[in-house]
Design a protein around this ligand. Structure first.
Ligand code: CMP
Length: 153
């Protein structure tokens, strides 16, 4: 089942020079980047993106953190991409994330956990629309596509 998901390489990963490591893992998994932009989020956009956490005690620090430097925004497509990317990231808290996952390998924190990825199909639809216009999404085929997963898988 082909899905799209939104990935944000957060300020901790950007400032630690780990954008390439994140992209490498996505590409290694056979996922396809179909849109990308390097951008500093406004406070209003960050609040919209994290609206579901607006009542939480950590909301203002979450917004401050995600707006602290530019971030790398990407739309990633692939077989069951939402679950696949979440598995590549590992658990929210880097201390608890399994080794081999991005957070497990690069993070020791719950707040500074390197990457955000959509957690469900409705979230992915909403988050992609928040950051990208339809015209910014590039449809193309990978030459390796036939060897990544079977039709209908
Ligand atoms: P993310 O996947 O970007 O989605 C929401 C973020 O909130 C999450 O990653 C964490 O970085 C952050 N977060 C979740 N729980 C807490 C918490 N208890 N304290 C601080 N930050 C949190």
């Amino acid at each position: 089942m082909i899905e799209r998901t939104l990935v944000i390489v957060k300020p901790d990963a950007v400032l630690r020079g780990r954008i390439g490591a994140v992209i490498q893992r996505l590409e290694d998994k056979g996922l396809k980047i179909i849109a990308a932009r390097f951008s500093r989020l406004s406070e209003a956009t960050a609040q919209k993106h994290y609206a579901e956490h607006s009542s939480k005690s950590f909301f203002s620090s979450l917004v401050s953190f995600i707006t602290a430097s530019p971030v790398m925004l990407m739309v990633v497509e692939g077989n069951r991409a939402i679950e696949s990317v979440r598995n590549l990231l590992g658990k929210t808290n880097g201390v608890e994330a399994a080794s081999g996952t991005l957070r497990g390998d690069f993070s020791s924190s719950r707040a500074f956990n390197l990457v955000h990825a959509s957690d469900s199909a409705p979230s992915a639809t909403r988050e992609i629309a928040l950051f990208f216009k339809k015209s910014e999404i590039c449809e193309y085929a990978l030459p390796t596509q036939d060897f990544l997963f079977e039709q209908g898988e």
